[in-house]
Design a protein around this ligand. Structure first.
Ligand code: ZN
Length: 234
């Protein structure tokens, strides 16, 4: 969708769609997105993790599951007031580019700091199972967007981000005392190439409908439905 100023409204978590299917990405930005179900359990888990990290922040320690990061001098971002702003609203780190024609804003889960002071965007990913394949491709644009927003707000971002996966230790354990284990997944960021990518994205959105993408299951699904509802079109 466009803002009332006529800028394309982009969100960090929506950027993967540009790689996945440009047709679906175009449609989702030209029309109101279909309502989705909220991931209530993931949201609850995010909230638990934020409280957990805040408790350790107060003690100036790292949670034990990311202690290995402490060995290279990484600490939690100290300023809880600023972090809560970044967690609570997309407006604080929003980047507006009227020349190219977009605005992008997003919320962060957590921020880690390198020994040299650079900020590492950090995102919690909770799931029932251990991440099976390389999940980075789904999240690299989202995480690069956070680093880009830091840079545009005169904060010094790292060239990496971190995904913190939390998943069930044993999905077959019937106890209600559910136990989670975690996995640290560092992601390399290509920050210098990111502005070009945003320009490509705006170029696509300013252009005409890119046509059905026969390699995309969602496109095929909608194409099939249209054929059914308009039998004369065959
Ligand atoms: Zn598609």
């Amino acid at each position: 969708m466009k803002t009332k100023e006529g800028l394309w409204k982009l969100s960090p978590s929506g950027l993967y769609g540009f790689e996945e299917c440009r047709t679906c990405f175009w449609l989702e930005h030209h029309h109101t997105r279909a309502p989705g179900l909220p991931f209530v359990l993931n949201m609850a888990m995010d909230s638990v993790l934020k409280s957990r990290y805040d408790a350790y922040r107060e003690k100036e320690e790292l949670p034990p599951e990311i202690q290995s990061l402490g060995n290279e001098g990484i600490t939690l971002f100290r300023d809880i007031e600023t972090l809560n702003k970044w967690r609570g609203s997309t407006m604080h780190l929003r980047v507006v580019n009227e020349k190219v024609g977009y605005e992008i804003g997003g919320k962060l889960d957590e921020v880690l700091i390198e020994k040299n002071g650079r900020l590492i965007p950090t995102d919690f990913k909770s799931s029932g199972y251990a991440p099976k394949e390389d999940k980075q491709k789904y999240y690299v644009s989202q995480l690069t967007a956070y680093a880009f927003m830091f840079q545009k707000h005169e904060l010094n971002p790292s060239d990496r981000a971190i995904l913190l996966h939390y998943f069930l230790k044993d999905p077959r354990n019937p106890s209600l005392q559910v136990e989670f284990i975690s996995h640290i997944d560092p992601v390399r960021l290509d920050l210098p190439g990111f502005e070009n990518k945003l320009e490509d994205i705006v170029g696509l959105l300013n252009g005409p409908y890119p046509g059905d993408n026969l390699a995309c299951e969602k496109c095929l699904y909608y194409a099939g439905r249209n054929e059914k509802s308009n039998p004369d079109n065959r």
